[in-house]
Ligand binder design. Sequence first.
Ligand SMILES: O=C(O)CCC(=O)C(=O)O
Length: 340
Amino acid sequence: MATTQLLSTVEHREKLPEGYERPESDRPRLAEVVTDSNIPVIDLASPDKPRVVAEIARACRTYGFFQVTNHGISEELLEKVMAVALEFFRLPPEEKEKLYSDEPSKKIRLSTSFNVRKETVHNWRDYLRLHCHPLEEFVPEWPSNPAQFKEIMSTYCRQVRQLGFRLLGAISLSLGLEEDYIEKVLGEQEQHMAVNYYPRCPEPDLTYGLPKHTDPNALTILLPDPNVAGLQVLRDGGQWIAVDPRPNALTVNLGDQIQALSNGAYKSVWHRAVVNASQERMSVASFLCPCNSAVISPARELVADGDEPVYQSYTYDAYYKKFWSRNLDQEHCLELFRGQ
Ligand SMILES: O=C(O)CCC(=O)C(=O)O
């Protein structure tokens, strides 16, 4: 595919180009979405640690999503990350072409939509996908334009990884497990980043930035655009709710692997990104992923005596391959790993 298919290289003013319009039955119905101010906001600097763990437990059971404040990553760094990411997408087309690929297994690539080789309808998103761990191995291949990109993004990656480990510890405790339980199971965790750019869209009612999906990894930490909402989360009962970005907060969601490890107690929730006609939007998603050989199965302590675990044991490698062999918005990938 030629780079001209990157959305960020052309201004689309009047109509969606061919291939982006969803059928009537699969549109975002933006007028029906509500903004829910109840999405939990958890202050990680609170001295009352048991309370933080209890709040995490409640957020994971009911929403699968929460926002964290006082997370230890400075406002200044968050601003720099957003600014340098935007600068990247503003580079001239010939500069972006150097990094373009639609091969999902490529560890550093600029791409568009989700999986253009498989999907039948495209999504209104360009994204830069970066593998981030070990940093020394991958940073040399990251974009060297803008000049500050590598330094700012690698500083952010290191800090977000530490935050992720803290959260995984709190999530383990909130399940009644040892604090290091999840970290031990996941092994030497991989870390990936998706720097998402959603240009202004002429017909936002007809398409998605990203259609509904769950994340295949363990934990996702999202730096949302502070000025433009676009992330929406599905509640039980089928209501889509818009997450209102809070200044300096990071949005956390559980991936499929935490749902499996928790024996289904915690949910990897469907979410999607919608676009709008008046403003471009960015987000930077950091994914903590089990190492490929990690064996994922429900924690024994969470399977009641006499019950069978909800999910089979599998390696993360097998799960990840299955996830990428499908379309993003098919049934929950974890359903394919249910116990017999
Ligand atoms: O842009 C967003 O708010 C959501 C991004 C997302 O879900 C993803 O990158 O997987």
